[in-house]
Structure formats: C-alpha cells, structure tokens
Design a binder for this molecule. Structure first.
Ligand SMILES: Nc1nc2c(c(=O)[nH]1)N[C@H]1C(S)=C(S)[C@@H](COP(=O)(O)OP(=O)(O)OC[C@H]3O[C@@H](n4cnc5c(=O)[nH]c(N)nc54)[C@H](O)[C@@H]3O)O[C@H]1N2
Ligand SMILES: Nc1nc2c(c(=O)[nH]1)N[C@H]1C(S)=C(S)[C@@H](COP(=O)(O)OP(=O)(O)OC[C@H]3O[C@@H](n4cnc5c(=O)[nH]c(N)nc54)[C@H](O)[C@@H]3O)O[C@H]1N2
Ligand code: SF4
Ligand SMILES: [Mo]
Length: 707
C-alpha cells in the first residue's frame, strides 16, 4: 500500500506492508517520483501512531475529572446544543476556534474543517499561523496580492542557496516541500554551487554547507536592509518583472550601511557585501528565509525583505530562484470558496487591539479574550472554544496562563486523537480516524513543493463503523449548528452540495478544473488512482505577472505597512545591544512539535529537551555538562539539563518547544515518562511583532543560572 507521510511538509512517499489490521513495516517508496525512497524516522513511526493504545477512538465526555465514552450522535448533539446556546446568548464571537498544524496535512480538515471554522463567522478565530508563517503570508498578500502566493526556492536548479532562519535537515523543509533536502543540498554542491547558512546555531544544515555565519537572533531585518543598501549602492539591481516601490525601497535602505548592520547582526560588513554581490551575480541563486525569520520582533519586516532581495537580484519567478508553483489543485479559488479570504488589520482584537490577518487574530490574544469581561453586542468575551488538531497549552506562548483561562470556559470541545495537555481541559473530545484510515491528498503542501507533483492515496485500512473521519466530524457539527453562510453568491446551493459531496468529490472537481485538469488525459481523481506512487508534473515554471493578485499586475516592493514599521526598527537599534543572553528554539528530526512524543522509537535515547549553551557562557555561570540549569524570564522559570556546545553562538541559548508532558490528567504514557519542560511556560505572550501580530519565539532575553 502506498501513500504520502502526513507528518511534516516533505510529503515523502511511504510503502506500507500490512497483514490483517496490523502494520508490518513502513518503508520509503522507491517508486515515488518526488521522494524516491527517502523517509525519516518519523515516517516509520506512522505505525506507532496507528497502533498507539493511547490513541482515542470514541468520543469522550468529561464529568469532573472522569471521562465517559459516548456515542457519536450523542456527542454531536451535545456539542451543537452547547455551541448554538452560547452563540444565541452572547453572539457569534463568544465561540472561539483554534486550528493547529496537522490541519495543513489533512484533506478533510482543509475542506470540511475550513467550512466549519470559517462559516462560524467568529472574530475569535485562532491558529498556529500566528506562531509560524504569518509574516510570509502577509508579504505574499501585500507584495503579490494574495496571502497564499508564497514563493518557494527552486532548490533543484539553484547554484546558490542562502538559508536564513531555517534548518531543513531537522525540519525536512517548510514552505519548501522537498523530500530529502540533504541530497538536494548535496546536489547543489556537487554541481559546483554553494550553500550558505546564516543561523545563531551551527545547525545540522550548517554542517553540510559551504559557509555558516552566526547571526544575532532577531536582527535579520537589519542584515537584509544592509544587503538592499549594497544592491542599490553598487548598481546590482536587476530583473525583468514590473515592480512598484523601487525608489521607496532604496530610500528605506539608505541609512543601513553594512558597517551599521555589522555590530547589530554579528556579521562583518564585508561578509554582508559579499552575500549581496553573490546573490546578484550568480545567475541561478535564491535567498530562502523561514521560521527563524518569522517568529521574531521584526518578523514582518524580515519576511518582506527576504522576498524583496530575491526580486531585486532578479531571482523572483526565475528558474533556480524563488518561484511560484503550478499545483494540480489551485488553492486560491478553493480557499475563496471555503470562506478563507485575505485581508490584514480589517479589525483589531477587543482587549489589546492586535491586528486580524486572513480572518484570524493572533494566538497571543486568546487567553486575554477569554479572561476579560465583555460589554455589549460587539464587545463579546469568549465563552466557548473549539480546538482542532492543536495543542496550544504546550505550543503557544504563555501556556500556564492559557491553561487557567481554558478552565473558566463555559464549554470546550476538541477534535483530536489524544487526551493531551490541551484536550484534557475540554468537555468533549471527538477523536478522528488515524492517518492510515483515511484518504490523503496534499491540498496545501503541493502548493509549496519544489516540483509540481500530485498524489492520492485511498485509506490503507478501512475505518471501523464506529470511527469517524475529521471531515465527518466537522460536517456533522456544521449541519447540526446550521451556521449562516459566509460563502457569498449561490451559497445555498454550494451549502447543499458541500453537505453531500465529501472531500474526494471536492478534490476531483478541483483537479479537473485545476491548471493540469483540462484536455485529454487531464488530471482527475481517477487518473491519480491509477498512479499510486504519484505523478510528477514537472519543474516549477515562471508564473508572473499573470498570477499576481494586484490589479496593476506589478510586484509591490515597498508596501506602506512595511515602510511605516521601519521606524520601530530604527528605534530598537538606536542604542547598542545589551549583553543579555537570548533564547532561541530548535527542532529535532525525531520530534514533531508537541504531539509525537508518545512513540517509544522516537523518544528513546538521551534526553533531547536540554539547554544548549556555548562553553564560555556555561563556564561564566558555573554550568557543567548534564547538570541542571534554571532558565528564567519575567514569566517564570524552567529547569532542564545542560548541553554545552560551541555550535551555539556566544550569548545565545537554545531550548526546543513542544515538551512539558508533566501536566496531570493526560493519557500519553510514553510521553509522560519522558516529559521534558515546556519552554512556552516562560515565553511571554505579550511579545509580538507589532506589525504582523506574530508571536516572538526567538531572541528572547533570559537569565540562566545553575539550578
Ligand atoms: N522534525 C521536525 N520537523 C518539523 C517540525 C518539528 O517540530 N520537528 N515542525 C514543523 C513545523 S510546524 C515548521 S513551521 C517547520 C519549520 O521549519 P524550519 O523553518 O526549518 O524550522 P527550524 O528547524 O526550527 O529552523 C529554524 C532555524 O532558525 C534559527 N533561528 C532562530 N532565531 C533566528 C533568528 O533570529 N534569525 C535567524 N536567521 N535564524 C534564527 C534556529 O537556530 C533554527 O536553526 O518545521 C516542520 N518540521
Ligand atoms: N517556543 C516555540 N513555540 C512554538 C514554535 C517554536 O518554534 N517555538 N513553533 C510553532 C509552530 S511553527 C507551530 S506550527 C505550532 C504547532 O502548534 P499546534 O498545532 O497547536 O501543536 P502541535 O504540537 O502540532 O499539536 C497538534 C495536535 O493535533 C493533533 N492531531 C494530530 N493529527 C491530527 C489529525 O489528523 N486530526 C486532528 N483532529 N488532530 C490531529 C495532535 O494530537 C495534537 O494535539 O507550535 C508553535 N509553537
Ligand atoms: S521527512 Fe519524515 S516526517 Fe516528513 S514526510 Fe518524510 S517521512 Fe514523514
Ligand atoms: Mo509550524
């Protein structure tokens, strides 16, 4: 049986051997044209997930500290009755939703989940986006005219790959769906190209690169402005695209000489010049920035400047550069149909005025919106929460505060296969089928893949009659709640149709009407069913200006929102940096945010939730390898083992996120035995990039002492 692994963005093909209802083995699928047999250890752990005795299979209703199994209809009726009651009594905004990361890998949640969440019409919609790629989406919206038009590096054809704030050898790539990044980076070097990594840690990716430069966390915007400065000063600006804002961008960078950026970033002025020149003079080159660029104090500016530097050096929409995909399913019309409209700062959060993006508010507003009393019709306090595929108690900043806030809700329901740190606080848990019991198509990730590919897989195991898919759960709730439409013209018909179709029929329709669908032998679900290893649709192709969402069909290089935010950057860097230690995160190949620590094979070995610290910083604090350190912020302290390594930049320490499985009332036996601590217990949710509303998860001031 062949399918794609849904656990990270790489979408590796897996070959699964089964006997009866058991998985015998999970291997890389050699015949998958995209992943060619590659998988990582998490792929093998798909079997553990499927057979995990802790994975829930029937709805649970909480009575105090006790959980009772109930039937699906009873659970759906109860949830609908509660949510409808709260909407009626307090208004739409009293029901909040939170959607987590696995949504992006789940056909049912990307269709019926969106339908449910978006048509609830609540301003209190939250997701992991505001702890992640929001700055990229904002740049896509403001520069290219649609929030989903995030370009990806054409890693297969580039000769210079500059990697800023990403560690694809651990994460397997993000907004760059590219199975086996390691081989792809090696291929760049084998063909005489170069890989350059800029990161506060000498990462697994940096180890395989030609060059690595330590960069001071949170200073990417300064680095990129200095590169822009060099490009203009040395007349290196090029490219065929029609753009607006060129002179505004030049003016914005005038004061940012490499000499000014050097002490801020920790990268020498000559190196900054060299980087700008190399990008401008290498015919096929790309600057790729990812989560380290986004989740920082100036994430909005930094994400914008990453795209701008590619545009200025003639690498936007060019082979080997940063390109837009042509996936078999075009996500733009589909998202619009499901109610996901773009937009920024159309409204602000009630309590602290944080900006809306794409119909959602920043996650950092969730706790305060639950805690703070409302007054009147449009100043509504959150009374109920629906979470789906998310674990914000561990994954969002200020976990302990959110945890307390969740306990005060009138009602909470979670669509989730585990009784974990978040869902244990729900009144009802609705567990979906396992990944192997459902059909799969990468609706979202194919749109960010470095080749145009398409692959469909039917369920490996038929679901039992007692189990429900995510989409069935969402559809059942949607139907029962009877939410008014947000879908615009013809919505009654669309509604009735969606209620009947199911995700496969929607997929088939989207494939047939997509960019590869027309004509003889065009793309369809039937065609994909006949190619169980997937279909390669070729390398990325230039898509501009046709693809741009702006009416003027220009790339907007200097949107006013960014120019205005430069003032904040100036203010920040008016005084020299203080000598505080700063905290960054990290990812590990055998981990996946907060939710895969219940697999014995993934968590075995030495503890991974450790404090990484430079030898000099450790010595100055009397810390020894394996000893305990106390890491504090004004939000609290955590204690964890010390790992000393010169892979850390001096003055920077690292703690991974997603640990802290020591909360009572969870049902995760393996994870509870290897709990670690949650770094988000000490991350202050008030710290956001004030432009975009994205949480600041990197570059936080901390003190470290011997515990
Ligand atoms: N194994 C594994 N894979 C995953 C995940 C996982 O948890 N485990 N999570 C998935 C998810 S949800 C995502 S979003 C992706 C993320 O994918 P990536 O963006 O590749 O994420 P990271 O591996 O965290 O790499 C971010 C890098 O940024 C660096 N960094 C931190 N602060 C700064 C800074 O201020 N400036 C610069 N230039 N660099 C900085 C960090 O040291 C780190 O090496 O990974 C996905 N893949
Ligand atoms: N300090 C710090 N915090 C971070 C980050 C960081 O780098 N540093 N990274 C941030 C990022 S990039 C992200 S994306 C977020 C992730 O934040 P979240 O998405 O909130 O957290 P996850 O740990 O991915 O939890 C996923 C949940 O989905 C459930 N689940 C898994 N598969 C399915 C499914 O198919 N259907 C349903 N219904 N549920 C499923 C799991 O049981 C789990 O409860 O964390 C963010 N938090
Ligand atoms: S890299 Fe690992 S987790 Fe990601 S899709 Fe491939 S096998 Fe799955
Ligand atoms: Mo993420």
């Amino acid at each position: 049986m062949y399918r794609s692994c849904p656990l990270c963005e790489a979408t590796c093909g897996v070959a699964i051997e089964i006997e009866g209802d058991r998985v015998l083995s999970v291997r890389g699928d050699d015949a998958d044209p995209f992943s060619k047999g590659y998988i990582c250890p998490k792929g093998t752990a798909l079997a553990d997930l499927h057979h995990d005795p802790d994975r829930l299979t029937t709805p649970l209703v909480r009575d105090g500290a006790m959980w009772k199994k109930v039937g699906w209809d009873e659970a759906f009726d109860l949830v609908a009755q509660k949510l409808v009651g709260i909407r009626k009594a307090y208004g739409k905004d009293a029901v909040a939703v939170y959607q987590g990361n696995p949504t992006a890998h789940n056909l049912g949640l990307l269709t019926y989940g969106q339908l449910l969440m978006r048509t609830l019409g609540t301003k209190n919609a939250y997701s992991a986006t505001s702890m992640d790629q929001l700055p990229h989406m904002l740049a896509a919206l403001l520069m290219f005219g649609n929030q989903l038009l995030m370009p990806v590096p054409d890693i297969e054809r580039t000769d210079l790959f500059v990697c800023l704030g990403a560690n694809p050898l651990a994460s397997n790539g993000s907004i760059m769906t590219a199975p086996d990044v390691k081989s792809r980076l090696k291929a760049i070097r084998d063909r005489g190209g170069k890989v350059i990594v800029l990161d506060p840690r000498r990462t697994e990716t940096a180890e395989k690169a030609d060059q690595h430069h330590f960069i001071r966390p949170g200073t990417d915007a300064a680095l990129l402005l200095a590169m822009v400065h060099v490009l203009f000063a040395e007349k290196l600006v090029r490219g065929r695209l029609a753009v607006t804002g060129l002179s505004e961008l030049e003016a914005a960078a005038t004061a940012w000489t490499p000499e000014r950026a050097a002490p801020i970033t920790g990268i020498a002025a000559d190196e900054i010049r060299g980087l700008a020149r190399a990008l401008a003079t290498t015919p096929r080159a790309v600057l790729y920035g990812r989560i380290g660029v986004c989740t920082q104090e100036f994430g909005g500016l930094a994400a914008w400047l990453c795209y701008a530097v590619n545009a200025l050096t003639g690498h936007l929409d060019e082979p080997g550069g940063l390109m837009f995909t042509t996936p078999a399913v075009d996500p733009l019309p589909l998202a619009a149909m499901l109610g996901f409209d773009g937009g920024f700062a159309r409204w602000k959060s009630r309590v602290s005025g944080k900006p809306e993006f794409g119909g959602e508010l920043p996650i950092s507003a969730l706790a305060e919106e639950i805690e703070t009393a409302g007054n009147g019709e449009d100043k509504v306090q959150i009374r109920a929460l629906l979470t789906s595929a998310g674990n914000p108690v561990l994954s969002s900043p200020g976990g302990p505060r959110l945890e307390e806030a969740l306990k005060t809700l009138d009602f909470m329901v979670s669509i989730d296969p585990y009784l974990n740190e978040t869902t244990r606080l729900a009144h009802v848990i609705l567990p979906p089928t396992s990944p192997l019991e459902r059909s799969h198509y990468d609706l979202a990730l194919n749109a960010f893949a470095v080749r145009n590919v398409a692959k469909y897989a039917p369920p490996t195991f038929e679901r039992s009659p007692e189990a429900r898919h995510d989409w069935e759960i969402c559809l059942a709730l949607w139907t029962r709640i009877g939410v008014p439409s947000k879908l615009g013209a013809g919505s009654k018909l669309v509604h009735r149709l969606l209620g009947k179709l199911g995700p496969e029929a929607i997929l088939d329709l989207a494939l047939r009407t997509g960019p590869h669908g027309f004509g003889r032998g065009g793309m369809s679900l039937g065609k994909l069913r006949k190619s169980p290893h997937g279909i390669d649709l070729g390398p990325l192709e230039p898509r501009l200006p046709a693809r741009l969402g702006h009416a003027d069909k220009h790339v907007h290089l200097a949107p006013a929102e960014y120019l205005a935010d430069l003032v904040r950057l100036e203010r920040k860097h008016a005084s020299p940096p203080n000598g505080n230690l700063v905290l960054i995160g990290r990812r590990h190949l055998r981990s996946n945010n907060s939710w895969m620590h219940n697999s014995e094979r993934l968590v075995k070995g030495p503890p991974r939730c450790t404090l990484l610290i430079h030898p000099d910083d450790a010595a100055a604090r009397g810390l020894s390898e394996g000893g305990a350190a106390k890491v504090s912020t004004r939000k609290g302290a955590i204690e964890l083992p010390v790992e000393i390594s010169d892979e850390m930049m001096k003055g920077v320490v690292s703690v991974p996120h997603g640990w802290g499985h020591n909360r009572s009332g969870t049902r995760l036996r393996v994870a509870e035995a290897n709990p670690g601590v949650s770094v988000n217990d000490i991350v202050d949710p008030a710290l956001i990039d004030e432009l975009s509303g994205t949480s600041v998860l990197t570059g936080l001031a901390v003190t470290v002492a011997k515990a």
